[in-house]
Ligand binder design. Structure first.
Ligand code: HEC
Length: 167
């Protein structure tokens, strides 16, 4: 027969295991998005990741629109609408601002889709403005790209490039 002490420690161990499970589920393994300026967390509201593709990105850091025709087409439209084209050129080859096709980048992290998302969302200290929703124009919270739009823009940029950023 099991002693009281053995039972208690078995119960304690299973409680610990349960607590572990609960805390893992609370975060669902989301990636941590950080600014390109200083690496501080971006704290983008989770509700803004409102498409299956955006949710997958938040969970894995991979961009599901890479190589996806619809995603690339939508991204090209936003690339023009948000004037990326004026500074970076029609195929992201570079104009008054640097090219975006790599494989070398001023900020090395832009070779990954997580890194490029962070740069487009929050900008840089060297002349690239934040394009994330609510960050573009200080007095208009509705202006800017939603996470799903940023992923499509990245898919368009990568469609001109040899790297996918999901490597
Ligand atoms: C007004 C001009 C301008 C516009 C508009 C603009 N950018 Fe930029 N972008 C820049 C400049 C200048 C840099 C270089 C920044 C630096 O050196 O810190 C840059 C850098 C970048 C980088 C990092 C490149 C590297 O080598 O690391 C990415 C990615 C980028 N821009 C994407 C975009 C996207 C996507 C858009 C549209 C949503 C956009 N930019 C709109 C001027 C612009």
């Amino acid at each position: 027969m099991l002693s009281n002490k053995t039972l208690k420690s078995a119960l304690f161990a299973s409680l610990l295991a349960f607590a572990g499970l609960v805390s893992v589920n609370a975060n669902a393994g989301d990636i941590t998005l950080v600014s390109t300026q200083d690496g501080s967390p971006l704290n983008i509201k989770k509700e803004l990741f409102d498409t299956p593709q955006a949710k997958e990105f938040l969970a894995t850091g991979k961009n599901p629109y890479i190589g996806n025709e619809e995603g690339i087409k939508g991204g090209k439209k936003k690339f023009n609408l948000y004037s990326c084209v004026a500074c970076h050129g029609g195929h992201a080859e570079g104009a008054v601002a640097p090219g975006l096709i790599g494989p070398g980048f001023k900020y090395a992290k832009n070779a990954t889709n997580k890194g490029m998302f962070e740069t487009i969302w929050n900008g840089t200290n060297g002349g690239m403005g934040a394009k994330g929703l609510g960050l573009m124009l200080p007095d208009d919270p509705s202006e800017g790209l939603k996470p799903d739009d940023v992923l499509k823009v990245i898919a368009f940029i990568r469609s001109n490039s040899k790297i996918t950023g999901n490597e």
